[in-house]
Design a protein around this ligand. Structure first.
Ligand code: ZN
Length: 98
């Protein structure tokens, strides 16, 4: 399964973005936020500061599904951008903390 080379058309991207919007209103997502932890760096974050991140970005063929969406702090979300989660985790591991 190599998601990196799936060409994603605008229509699919728009569809997944709409799904993400709906997912954000679900009880499941509210539970994720209530935990208040970034799923990448593990930092405790206020729920209002958590963002929805796609482990496999939509632009790389990722879906707006429970298995592909995780709460991330704004810092991780910004730094990760369109990297797949596995690559981003490797970046995090390679950085000295602080
Ligand atoms: Zn984080």
């Amino acid at each position: 399964m190599d998601f990196l080379f799936i060409p994603v058309d605008d229509e699919s991207m728009a569809r997944e973005r709409r799904k993400a919007k709906l997912l954000k209103q679900s009880a499941w997502w509210k539970n994720c936020l209530a935990r208040g932890t970034c799923s990448y760096c593990g930092k405790r974050v206020h729920p209002s500061q958590l963002t929805m991140d796609h482990k496999i970005p939509i632009v790389r063929g990722g879906e707006s599904s429970r298995s592909n969406c995780v709460p991330a702090c704004q810092e991780c979300n910004r730094n990760k951008e369109n990297l797949p989660a596995e690559m981003w985790k490797r970046c995090l591991d390679g950085q000295p903390s602080g």
